[in-house]
Write a protein of this length. Structure first.
Length: 227
C-alpha cells in the first residue's frame, strides 16, 4: 500500500481527540472547518510538523497559520495530515478525508465546490454568473503562498467569513487501494477490476451498499488482492 497510506495508521495516535467547530463554508471562508485547528502534517521531505491547519475546499489543499498569516503547503509535499480527530490522505494531489480504513485500503471522501451551482444566474443576491465566479475565485485565489497582503491576515479572513455566499458542495466517496482511486459505484469498480468474472462473483456473494463506507471497504480489500 506504500508509505503514504501507512502513515494514516500512525497519525491516529499522535493527537488527543479535539472537537472541531462546525461551519458552513462560504466564498470568504472556503474551508471545511470553522477554525484553524491543532494538527500534525506529514511532509514528504521534512517529516512531521505540528501547527494549526484547515482544508481549503478550492483544490482540497492544506492551509496553516504562520505568524497570523494564512499560508499553504503545496499538494506535492504533503503525504497526510491529522486535524483534530480527522485524518486526510493525499490522493492524486488532493487531501481527502479518510472515513473508513482497513490494513489494505482506505475509503476517502472528497468535498468539491460546485462552481456550476455557485455561478448560476439563479443564485442568491441576483448576481450574474460572472460576478459570482469572481467572488468564488477571489476568496480562494492567493490565500497562502508567498503573497503577504492584508487579505491573507487570519483574523481579517475570520472576521469576514460570514460575509460571503454559502458554498454548494459535491460530496464523493472513493476506494483508495494500491495508489488507485475508484469512485464508489458498481460500474466504476467493474470497469477497473482486473478479473471481471471474479469481481462479479464476489459482488453476487457479498451484496454491497455503495453509499455505506464500511460496506464498500470489503470491495477495496478484495481488489487489493487483484492488483
Amino acid at each position: 500500500m506504500g508509505i503514504k497510506t501507512i502513515i494514516v495508521s500512525a497519525l491516529a495516535t499522535v493527537l488527543a481527540v479535539i472537537p472541531l467547530s462546525a461551519q458552513t463554508p462560504t466564498t470568504t471562508w472556503p474551508y471545511i472547518y470553522g477554525e484553524f485547528t491543532d494538527g500534525v502534517v506529514y511532509l514528504a521531505k521534512k517529516g512531521q510538523k505540528e501547527g494549526k491547519f484547515n482544508i481549503c475546499l478550492d483544490g482540497c489543499v492544506l492551509h496553516f497559520i504562520d505568524k497570523d498569516l494564512v499560508k499553504s503547503h503545496s499538494s506535492a509535499e504533503v503525504l497526510s495530515v491529522q486535524i483534530g480527530k480527522d485524518i486526510y490522505q493525499n490522493v492524486g494531489g488532493k487531501l481527502l478525508k479518510v472515513i473508513d480504513k482497513s490494513d489494505k485500503c482506505l475509503i476517502v471522501q472528497e468535498n468539491e465546490i460546485d462552481f456550476a451551482t455557485l455561478n448560476s444566474a439563479e443564485s442568491a443576491y441576483g448576481s450574474s454568473s460572472t460576478t459570482l465566479g469572481n467572488m468564488s475565485l477571489s476568496s480562494a485565489e492567493g490565500i497562502g503562498g508567498s503573497n503577504t497582503s492584508a487579505s491573507l491576515n487570519h483574523m481579517e479572513l475570520k472576521h469576514n467569513r460570514d460575509a460571503g455566499k454559502e458554498l454548494p458542495l459535491i460530496v464523493r466517496n472513493y476506494i483508495f487501494v494500491k495508489g488507485r482511486k475508484i469512485f464508489c459505484t458498481k460500474k466504476d469498480v467493474m470497469d477497473i477490476a482486473p478479473d471481471k468474472n471474479l469481481m462479479k462473483q464476489f459482488l453476487k456473494e457479498n451484496p454491497v451498499k455503495w453509499k455505506e463506507a464500511h460496506s464498500v471497504l470489503a470491495v477495496g480489500d478484495f481488489l487489493y488482492g487483484q492488483f
